[in-house]
Design a protein around this ligand. Structure first.
Ligand SMILES: [Zn+2]
Ligand SMILES: [Zn+2]
Length: 429
């Protein structure tokens, strides 16, 4: 290819021809960077929700809705279109800018009502929506989400399902824009590389086998909320960091990150019991020669909350005994790492049970809210009716401390040094 281009240029020069600049740029063979920008990822949206209606509206551009019958999975879209023996015909409708459609799941499949007053009553298995620029999609009880790319609305018999195929660049911009804790360009660059690496790792390691998507839109994989929150600065810095990823001994790492460590980073081995993440060791969040803890300025560095003992018992019964009373009467920290983070909790009661600290934290937060107990690094003052929790940090404390990265950038540390500090032993490639 290269030599062909060279010959073409030589011929062009020989004949006194010059290509306009834009045409030259367009005809440039695709480099790794452009390849990564066009690589796509299938994202499962709201995969744990059960919903039977969905409203879609064209925000910009003309979207084509293809209603496909049968019991075929969305993966076989191509073959359905090619099949001549399909019992119910595939129907295609255009959703022009401003128009909307309501899709409903009924026993015979998905039916639709379009704002053009057209009804599609046959009962379809899948609806593929593509071709436009921005699509607003709304599930009852959720704010609308603006999506790009290709959207597949499926039907698993129990609920509608949503899979958005977007390119990697769009996903990274959405994810980093949503999580952004800092406006420091060096932090944004570091986050872009972390998200890109994690996305590539999840793609490579099949994070959701047996589903028709590659990643989910939650912290389990990476948060994704369409392009409604996208920040232009993030977009520019995503392009600027090209195709850089974090590698350890020639392999992609699975980078972890959290809001605030509280001064001490914990190891993936302690918190998750993981033996194969040497790039996630325990260390102080202090950069030599750069003052005190990097995340000291974070509002999550110190926190206090007082909870009723009664509510904590209720939490134990809901979270660990399927709502049954008096199975667990109390709990206590069982194992604490060198940084003061509780990584194993003992539930006391009829059948004492040890649970991981991270599981306990996730359940506490879903019960009391994300602003209650912010991390497993805390002390307790047990009073008569309440317990006062005095804690440090927000999140699991493993990998990159995002507030710490912000602190480092404010101390003029560059993104590559930030990444080497939080993922020791890894390299940028
Ligand atoms: Zn996931
Ligand atoms: Zn920190």
């Amino acid at each position: 290819m290269k030599s062909f281009c060279r010959i073409a240029i030589v011929i062009a020069v020989f004949f006194g021809l010059t290509l306009p600049l834009s045409a030259q740029a367009r005809s440039k063979p695709s480099s790794d960077t452009t390849k990564s920008a066009t690589d796509t990822i299938r994202v499962g949206l709201e995969a744990t929700e059960i919903f039977s209606t969905i409203r879609v509206q064209s925000f910009s551009g003309n979207w084509r809705l293809t209603f496909m019958p049968g019991n075929q999975s969305p993966k076989t879209v191509g073959s359905i279109l090619a099949s001549a023996t399909t019992p119910v015909a595939t129907v295609s409708e255009l959703l022009v800018e401003g128009e909307d459609a309501s899709l409903m799941l009924v026993p015979k499949g998905i039916i639709a009502r379009l704002s053009t007053e057209k009804d599609l009553e046959q009962g379809y298995k899948t609806v593929v929506i593509e071709g436009g620029e921005l699509l607003s999609i709304e599930i009852p009880g959720h704010p609308p989400t603006i999506l790009q790319g290709r959207i597949e609305i499926g039907n698993n018999g129990n609920s509608l399902t949503l899979v958005n195929t977007v390119n990697m660049h769009q996903f990274i911009v959405s994810c980093v824009s949503k999580m952004l804790l800092s406006n420091e360009p060096e932090v944004i660059k570091a986050m872009v590389i972390v998200v890109r690496t994690r996305l590539q790792y999840l793609k490579e390691h099949a994070a959701h086998p047996d589903t028709d998507y590659e990643v989910c839109d939650t912290d389990h994989c990476l948060p994704f909320a369409g392009c409604g929150y996208n920040r232009e600065l993030v977009d520019i810095l995503t392009t600027m960091t090209g195709n850089l990823s974090l590698m350890h001994k020639g392999k992609l790492i699975m980078p972890r990150f959290h809001h605030t460590c509280g001064g001490r980073i914990s190891s993936a081995k302690d918190v998750y019991g993981s033996d194969n993440e040497p790039y996630h060791p325990a260390h102080d969040d202090i950069f030599e020669g750069k003052g005190s803890e990097n995340c000291f300025h974070s509002p999550g560095f110190h926190w206090t909350i007082e909870l009723q003992k009664f509510d904590i018992l209720d939490f134990l019964s809901v979270a660990y005994a399927a709502g049954a009373d008096r199975i667990y009467a109390s709990w206590e920290p069982e194992k604490i790492d060198a940084n003061g983070r509780i990584f194993q909790v003992l539930l006391r009661g009829r059948k004492p049970k040890s649970v991981s600290g991270i599981d306990f934290l996730q359940k506490l937060q879903s019960h009391f809210g994300p602003n209650s107990i912010k991390s497993m690094k805390f002390n307790m003052d047990v009073l008569k009716r309440t317990i006062v929790f005095r804690g440090m940090g927000n999140g699991d404390g493993v990998g990159m401390c995002l507030s710490g990265a912000d602190g480092l950038a404010k101390k003029s540390v560059k993104y590559d040094e930030i990444l080497r500090f939080y993922y020791p032993g890894s390299e940028l490639k």
